[in-house]
Write a protein that binds this ligand. Sequence first.
Ligand code: NAD
Length: 370
Amino acid sequence: MKLNRRAFLGTLSTAAAATLLPRRIWAEEPGQRKKGFALVGLGNYSTTELAPAFRHTKHCRLAGVVTGDPAKGRRWARQYGFPETSIYNYDTMEKMADNPDIDVVYVVTPNALHRRHVEAAARAGKHVITEKPMATSVADCDAMIAACKKAGVHLAVGYRLHYDPCTMALIQIAEDGHFGPFKSIRGANGFRFPDDATPQKYWRINRKLSGGGPLMDMGVYVIQEVCMTKVEAAPASVTAGFGENSRPAMFNTVEENIHWTMDFADGAHADCKTSYENSETYFHATAPRGWIDMGSSPFFYRGQVLRTNLGERRFHPVNQQALQMDGMVTEWADGLEARASGEMGRRDVIILEAIYESARNGGKRVSVVV
Ligand code: NAD
């Protein structure tokens, strides 16, 4: 599709924006009934974003939970209207095999636990979505992909932005090639971690559970977006360095700041950083015949804006999590892997590992082999 000025600047509803995209989001009807989801880990993201998103899904409903807190499970059962027989704990997940009400297990636990919970879901014969980053090592990603393959179930990663109309417009620009290949890219994503945090209380700054600091948490969004501008190519190599550690008592097993570069086979170069010290967030990419800029909220749940040399596009508010869950079950119903597949999650963990390897070795160039 050729991108012209009027088409780009036109005021587009979400549905109209979706029809411009090369990939299909909605199937006619992915099944007779809404697909039943079980959320694993009822922490912040499940509570504040995923569970409420089921009010906006067309093809998914909350049908069960996995939690270490039975009383919380019962509260959720009452609130969301599923039977108490659909409450599991982390050691009884495999019993979901006997529960036809649950089709999809959505793993929303600390990063280092994703593998264990994905493998348990696969053994129960359920399709699986795991949150980002997919895992804390490539070896874990390989094991998760193998477990899902063996069980004959789909595996996706909770990359909500792949289903967000604004980010999808960016992907379309990259795929369309109207601006030429993006060559110079800059991205950052950070926030200030609470000053009173301790690794005992906050798993994100405890390497055993997180696998790393802001790179694992916020930096992965920058990596994702850079790869989108390169039509999902992986970089050929990376270099990286740890930044300042302004609160060493807090950041004693993970970095507080890290910056890195991504170099691509076509000569494209990305300069990136992420931080638990500063809340600096941006994304900008330049091609021979155009540029894109995502303002200061490229990775947020709402408020995305896409500026280019052709003008600015704002998007009607959407519920990204609802679009993501509906999009994934629809892709599966269509016989496809989700666009945010396990393979994509694995690619990103390969890049994360390469960045850490470079930073640990004084910024040496590390090849990325996917
Ligand atoms: P959280 O700490 O609020 O919740 C984690 C949940 O895991 C809690 O219910 C906790 O009880 C449970 N848990 C089980 N075993 C645990 C253990 N051994 N230690 C600690 N907690 C344990 O975290 P969160 O913010 O909900 O993040 C969970 C996952 O979701 C992470 O992988 C994170 O990267 C991801 N996430 C994704 C997005 C997104 O936009 N896609 C946003 C936020 C979080």
